[in-house]
Ligand binder design. Structure first.
Ligand code: MF3
Ligand code: CO
Length: 247
């Protein structure tokens, strides 16, 4: 069931969303070749806690860190560890903060050092996919129009749209209904109501959209080993458009 938020609830969600945005900005100033993903995670955890928030990923379903840090071929849910970030890598940092009884959630893919032009383009187009996805989104829009628009843009570059992970509703829980796929048929799905809070999060691969789960039980990597990018914001559906809370 989709829980439509009251204005009061949306007001409470602003702070965790602002903290997520600030944390990602902070990551942009710190991320560099030579550091391990665990070192980056430690900085993230400290930053989120210094804002009086809790890093929602930590302990979620047993996840052992404060952020999902996914390098190159890792699409989502990379576990921070000993992997060293290298010049030319792309690094997706997906994080959530919990405060005021609500979660905020967003992701950016960072280019570290000299990233190949074709991979840089993938990162840029993945961000574009988010904005294409929410084009014309407002109260009354059919849910799968989002995925239709994301898919159309991604596939026009020959990229693969990840199928097995989706966006989602968010609020008191990190994952609420509805599920928001990044593919779909135009004009189908439930009509979204004003006050619905969603995470729209295109995950786009340079090659195949097929992924496999690593033995760690979390990391999803592309089957062909080619890089994938991820871009996400938390937003409110409004009568006349959307309000993005993590920008
Ligand atoms: N933003 C991620 C998602 O929506 C957060 C996952 S936290 C984890 O899937 F603990 F499940 F990794
Ligand atoms: Co999410």
């Amino acid at each position: 069931m989709v829980h439509v938020k009251s204005e009061r609830e949306i007001e409470l969600m602003r702070e965790p969303c602002r903290i997520v945005k600030d944390t990602l900005q902070f990551v942009g100033t710190k991320i560099e070749a030579g550091m391990t993903t665990k070192e980056l995670d430690t900085l993230i955890e400290r930053f989120i806690r210094s804002e009086g928030a809790y890093p929602s990923c930590l302990g979620y379903g047993g996840f052992p860190a404060s952020a999902c840090i996914s390098v190159n071929e890792t699409v989502v849910h990379g576990i921070p560890g000993d992997r060293e970030i290298r010049d030319g890598d792309i690094v997706s940092v997906d994080l959530c903060a919990y405060k005021n009884g609500y979660h905020g959630d967003a992701c950016r893919t960072f280019c570290v050092g000299a990233v190949k032009p074709e991979v840089k383009q993938l990162v840029k187009v993945t961000e574009e996919c988010f904005f294409k996805g929410i084009e014309n989104l407002k109260a009354g829009t059919p849910l799968y129009d989002i995925g239709y628009r994301v898919q159309k843009h991604a596939e026009s570059f020959g990229y693969g749209v990840i199928r097995s992970y989706t966006g989602h509703g968010i609020g008191k829980e990190m994952h609420e209904d509805p599920s928001v796929p990044n593919y779909g048929k135009f004009g189908t799905g439930m009509r979204l109501r004003a006050g619905t809070v969603l995470c729209v999060e295109p995950m786009i691969a340079l090659g195949t959209w097929k992924v496999k789960l690593l033995n760690d039980g979390w990391s999803a990597v592309t089957l062909d080993g080619k890089p994938a990018a991820h871009y996400e914001n938390t937003l409110v559906v409004r009568e006349d458009g959307v309000e993005i809370l993590t920008l």
